[in-house]
Each structure stands twice: as structure tokens, then as C-alpha cells.
Design a protein around this ligand. Structure first.
Ligand code: GLN
Length: 538
């Protein structure tokens, strides 16, 4: 059967939750046994998200094959339980780069290169490539930005053309809008939705489904009105009220009949959505029997999206323990102020020191790790967090005063973390780190081995620096165990301190592989240790 395409656009306001809407719709189709390939069409001119500041744009998500992408791909992977690839992220930058390279090669044979058809053809080609590569029954493509933005027009034109190319029965437009309430009586207003649909129609797209974000229940009268003015059948006007956890959204959509409507409309085989596993995990999230507080130290903690996958991985880790995980975000600079570290870590049951780049705040991270190591507080270091754990250990346990990473101080007397050899000649910043999934061997009978339950793992990476092998022996002699190494023994991938109740750190980014239905072993281990630590205190 021909691949079906669902295009998800957003209107009225930005940040409306299109990513979660797209991911949730994907879950409904996955629950019906269909193969789903999600893609994100992003209107920015960066070739990928790798060079974007997480403070502005949120986390940079990394795929198995090493693409640095928008954080929405993280939602897709977590909700749909699929692995995205390089092709899943299509940006204006990537599209234009391809078109310009083709023009320079002479592929257009003297033609004038234009947005229509050359740019739109490239967008369509890239979207179709994902379908073939992933043998997808359904491609769900989210278009970044808000309808009405100048930047997204070529993408909207391309998806408009795809209906003509592929046929009505193989294409579908889902528009996510906002239905606000105004005034003291919380009157529900449909006008912004109507206007955003008019805007879409101007471009030649008539939505098949409207997902209406709303704070209060929408009456039948409101739904009828939206249906009439927007030309969408009432059963396809899906109200999406605010829910306690984003993982509840697929259950809500299913109840509103979205899964059945979409599969019928696309002529897919009618199957019942199996929501059982999902309902169980949502129930665990909504009815925890205990709770723990985990501090996450980072550099961009005032933007909740900058560490999105870590936050989600911690929430997933609570599910098997029926524990609500409260995250206390701590800005690393704050920990550099006198007296602040112990104050900020007061009442915390576990500590995560997260990824990052550059000098700012690293002394605060080292200070927090010192406290965790000395007090027996469960600790988990991720990427830069592992590098800082090694520096802390080198300085305060091995007696290597001034130990540092070459990233922070090129003149450090003890460069315990230094540049990967293959990074030495790299000049460009974009897509040049050690990126994507790499294998790692775990040492028998270590905490890492116990948590993973295997000695051969694969995790995703995104870094330029590594532990300096000249200091491996010194660290080991003083009680820091190297529990994970690359198969050629060249790279330190995981360290731990066996004398501590739970002290583990990895050079990888395990947060990217956590799923709500499959908590990641390192995060689950941390939360379990935190639950125990909390019980011991009480
Ligand atoms: N800045 C460090 C490096 O490049 C760590 C990167 C990270 O935490 N993702 O190695």
C-alpha cells in the first residue's frame, strides 16, 4: 500500500504543543501496529540545530546516526518508540544547501533556480526519502513555526503540492490551534482558530482535522461552530484540554476518536488501538506512592527545554518505582557563590550534573559533585558531568591540584580531560563532534554492568573531549573505577566510585534513549538509589 502522509501545522500562537500533538498522534498509529516515520520540517536557515544555543532554542537532540536536531524529535522517539535518523530533520538550511550544491554542479542545466519548483521539489524529495528508507506505512511531518510566518511558506507550498502528487486518500492535514477563553466568565472564543484556518486556506490547504488546545471543556455548540466555519466535520474537531502529564495526551486523543478517524480517512486497515501499556504508565505517573527530589545542575536551567530529554528520562525513571520525580534545577554559577552549594542541595535526594560547553559555571558543578561524593548523595554525571566528576576526583582525591579539562584551561598542570585526537584538526563547528551511537564494553561486576544487565551497550554521544589516558591509572589507584570503555580500550566511557552508595558518570548521553515504557537503566538506578537514600533519612 502507498505510504500515507499526515502533515501537522500550527496556528494562533507559537509553542502550542505541536510536537507533543504530532508525537501523540504517532502513538495512536503505533498502537494500531503501523510503521510510522516522523519528520520535522524546520523553517530556520541553520543546516541543523547543532550550532544553536540551547538557551534560545532548547536542547539539541542527537539521533543514533549522529544528527543534531530539534528537541521535537525527542518527543517523537519517546512517544512513538521509534528511532529517528538524519533524514527525519529537514531544515530550510539543509534544503537550500542541497539546491545550491546541485546548481553549482550544473544539475539544473541552465534553468533559473526558483523556490517553486526547485526548493519545493527538494523538500518533497527529502520527505519521500524518509518514507522509503524507513519503509513507513505512515509519515507524520510536523511543520515548525506558526501559519502566517514568512519562513514556513516553501514548506507549506510543498505539502500543498503533495496532495496533488499523491492523492486525497494518501494525504491529510492536521492543524493545531488554540481556543482561548476571555473575560470574567471564561467565554470560549473560536475566532483565532477561524482566522488561522483562513490563513491556511489562502495558501491552498484545507485542514482535515483540527486539534484545539483549550483550558476548559468545549461545548457541542462551540464544536459545531468551529466545524461550520472551518469546514471540518465535528468528529474531526478534537478538543485537547490541558492534562496533568504530556503522556496523557495520546489517551485523550484516543478517547476523542482521533485514531479511528485518521485511520479511516486514510484508508488504513481498521484496527483497534491497544492503549493498555500506555494507560498503565500514565496511571503510575498520576498516582505515585512516593516522591524524590533530584537536583539537576546545568548552565541553561532557566529554559526548561534546554535539558528536555534529561527531565523526561528522570520522569520515566520514576515510573517503575512508582515515584514522582521532582526536579530542582540549579544554575551552576549559583553554586560558585560562598555558602550556596550546601544551601541549594539541601533536601535533595540525588544529583545529576548535566552536559555543557565552555567555562562558565564549571567550578560550581565540581563543588556540587564534591558534596555528593563526600556525603554519599546518589550522583549521576552526563557527558560534561562525567568530565567534571573526573576533575573533582583528580583534584580532591588524587591530589592533582589544578587538574582540569583542556576545554577550560589549555595550560592546566594536569589535563585529565583533553581533546579527542580526531578533533585536533577540526575547524568547523557544525556536525564535527563525536556524534551518534557508539558501542561500549562494561566491566564485569561493576555498578554499570549490574544496572544494564549486560556488558555490551550502545549509547549516543556529542562531545569533543575525553578522559586523558595518562591519568587512568592514577584515578583507578585512588578508587575511581573505569567501568566502561570503547571496544578498542582507547576511550573512557563510564566511571564509578565503588566505595560510594551510587556514584556513576558516563561520557555518553543516555537521556536520548530513555522511553516512558522503558526507563533507562542509569536513570532508573539513580532514582532507586534516591528513593533508598530518602527512606534512610526519614
Ligand atoms: N564540552 C564537553 C566536550 O565537548 C562536553 C560536551 C557535552 O556535555 N555534551 O567534550
Amino acid at each position: 500500500m502507498a505510504t500515507k502522509y499526515i502533515f501537522v501545522t500550527g496556528g494562533v500562537v507559537s509553542g502550542i504543543g505541536k510536537g507533543v500533538a504530532t508525537a501523540s498522534l504517532g502513538r495512536l498509529l503505533r498502537n494500531r501496529g503501523f510503521t510510522v516515520a516522523p519528520i520535522k520540517l524546520d523553517p530556520y536557515i541553520n543546516v541543523d540545530a547543532g550550532t544553536m544555543n540551547p538557551y534560545q532554542h532548547g536542547e539539541v537532540f542527537v539521533t543514533d546516526d549522529g544528527a543534531e536536531t530539534d528537541l521535537d524529535l525527542g518527543h517523537y522517539e519517546r512517544f512513538m518508540d521509534v528511532n529517528c535518523s538524519k533524514g527525519s530533520s529537514i531544515t530550510t538550511g539543509k534544503v537550500y544547501k542541497n539546491v545550491i550544491e546541485a546548481e553549482r554542479r550544473g544539475d539544473y542545466l541552465g534553468g533559473t533556480v526558483q523556490v517553486i519548483p526547485h526548493v519545493t521539489n527538494e523538500i518533497k524529495k527529502l520527505a519521500k526519502l524518509v518514507a522509503t528508507e524507513q519503509e513507513a506505512d505512515v509519515v507524520i511531518a510536523e511543520i515548525g513555526g506558526t501559519v502566517g510566518d514568512i519562513e514556513s511558506l516553501p514548506f507549506l507550498e510543498a505539502i500543498r503540492q503533495m496532495r496533488t502528487d499523491l492523492g486525497y486518500e494518501n494525504t491529510m492535514y492536521v492543524h493545531v490551534t488554540m481556543v482561548p477563553t476571555v473575560g470574567p466568565w471564561h467565554e470560549v472564543k473560536t475566532k483565532p482558530t477561524q482566522h488561522s484556518v483562513y490563513k491556511l486556506r489562502e495558501i491552498g490547504i484545507a485542514p482535515d482535522v483540527l486539534i484545539c488546545r483549550c483550558e476548559v471543556p468545549m461545548s457541542d455548540e462551540v464544536i459545531d461552530k468551529i466545524s461550520l466555519f472551518c469546514g471540518v466535520p465535528t468528529e474531526a474537531v478534537i478538543q485537547s484540554q490541558n492534562v496533568d502529564t504530556i503522556y496523557e495526551v495520546p489517551l485523550w486523543y484516543e478517547e476523542k476518536g482521533l485514531g479511528d478517524f485518521v485511520s479511516k480517512r486514510l484508508g488504513l486497515e481498521q484496527r483497534k488501538g491497544n492503549m493498555e501499556e500506555w494507560a498503565v504508565l500514565v496511571d503510575a505517573l498520576k498516582n505515585p506512592v512516593t516522591d524524590v527530589t533530584i537536583a539537576v545542575v546545568g548552565k541553561y536551567t532557566s529554559n526548561g527545554d534546554a535539558y528536555k530529554s534529561i527531565a523526561e528520562a528522570l520522569i520515566h525513571a520514576g515510573i517503575p518505582h512508582k515515584a514522582a520525580v521532582n526536579i530542582r534545577w540549579i544554575e551552576s554559577d549559583e553554586l560558585e557563590k560562598a555558602g550556596k552549594p550546601s544551601e541549594l542541595l539541601e533536601g535533595v535526594d540525588g544529583l545529576v550534573v548535566g552536559p555543557g560547553f565552555g567555562l562558565r559555571g564549571i567550578e560550581g558543578k565540581i563543588e556540587a559533585i564534591k558534596i555528593a561524593r563526600e556525603t554519599g548523595m546518589p550522583f549521576f554525571g552526563i557527558c560534561l558531568g562525567m568530565q567534571m566528576a573526573v576533575i573533582e576526583y583528580a583534584r580532591n582525591v588524587c591530589g592533582l591540584e589544578g587538574a582540569n579539562s583542556e576545554e577550560m584551561n589549555e595550560e592546566a598542570p594536569y589535563p585529565v580531560v583533553h581533546l579527542l585526537p580526531e578533533q585536533k584538526s577540526v575547524k568547523d563547528k557544525g556536525a564535527t563532534m563525536r556524534l551518534g551511537s557508539y558501542p561500549c564494553n562494561l566491566v564485569n561486576n561493576t555498578l554499570a554492568h549490574k544496572l544494564y544487565g549486560t556488558t555490551r551497550i550502545n549509547e549516543r554521544h556529542r562531545h569533543r573531549f575525553e578522559v586523558n589516558n595518562d591519568f587512568r591509572e592514577k584515578l583507578q589507584q585512588h578508587g575511581m573505577h573505569i567501568s566502561g570503555v570503547s571496544p578498542d580500550y582507547r576511550l573512557v566511557e563510564m566511571v564509578e566510585v565503588p566505595a560510594h552508595p551510587f556514584f556513576i558518570a558516563t561520557q555518553a548521553h543516555p537521556e536520548f534513549k530513555s522511553r516512558p515504557n522503558r526507563a533507562h537503566p542509569l536513570f532508573a538506578g539513580l532514582v532507586e538509589a534516591a528513593v533508598k537514600a530518602k527512606a534512610a533519612v526519614i
